[in-house]
Design a protein around this ligand. Sequence first.
Ligand code: C2E
Ligand code: MG
Ligand code: MG
Ligand code: MG
Length: 288
Amino acid sequence: QAKDLGRNTFCFFNNEQQQKVQYRLDLTAQMRMAIQNNELTLLYQPKIDLCSEKIVGAEALLRWQNSRFGAIGPDHFIPMAEQNGLIAEIGRWVLDTACRDTQTFIKTLPSFHISVNVSVAQFKNTDLASEIAEILDFYRLKPAVMDIEITESILADQVSDIRNNLAGLRRLGVSLSIDDFGTGYSNLGYLKHFDVQTLKIDRSFIQDLTQSEYNQTIVRAILQICKGLDLTAVAEGVEDRQTLDLLKSWQCKTAQGFYWAKPISKAALVELLVAQMTPDGSVESLIE
Ligand code: C2E
Ligand code: MG
Ligand code: MG
Ligand code: MG
């Protein structure tokens, strides 16, 4: 009967929603303990210079392995951490760990650059620029070693904390990259205003580049913007040689992607850096 069905459906949804709420509560409780329980790790994805095909830096990417929920991806838990406020503490852990590990990386490659993802929530209600300055100072790293990856929408935000922190970061001398460029709200005027150095072309435009004329048009247009505004372009998500060759033919200088390496441990990155110091040790020849 329709009435019964209706009631059952209502109960079903109610139950499901309740489970969702419980899940979020449980996950938040676990997240609160993640740092002290040593459940967070940073992996590093190499950034490759396309002329030499050598590693010039890396992007730090966060991983969470929880005893109860298993491996939880950053696309899932970072938005939750932004909502429950734990992003501040987690973000500080990421910055600290990335800088500590970079001390090791620059011993092998003095020109090494580290890129760290910072979410918009970390720009609010804090003095992020001073926090980063302190961490860099603690590890005796020059600010120019660090690159902060932000999304396009942050630049358009009128919140004064965000604006002050952006200006503070540039005064400090860390560089700014726009992550996932081409997928969000873009006001190209802000790129100049905030003195952004790098546009990271979103993976969705790179993934089927050889097949899609549409994506080729977009990628070439972004590369033209970079050339005209004197910005560095980084192609995200390069997975094959044909895509790489196409990007090289358009004078794209830097890329990341599974073609060279997935995000890897600190020790594995050190190994790659050491190996590429030997003559002819290009990254390509190191990865099967
Ligand atoms: P993102 O910053 O755009 O990072 C690039 C993502 O693409 C990473 O996913 C990386 O593993 C993946 N990727 C790189 N090359 C390839 C490729 O060739 N093919 C494919 N299919 N994927 C590739 P990941 O590590 O799962 O990170 C997802 C997102 O989570 C990041 O996107 C970033 O927005 C966020 N995130 C990760 N770590 C942090 C962090 O420490 N703090 C903050 N605020 N966000 C983070
Ligand atoms: Mg990123
Ligand atoms: Mg990205
Ligand atoms: Mg992303």
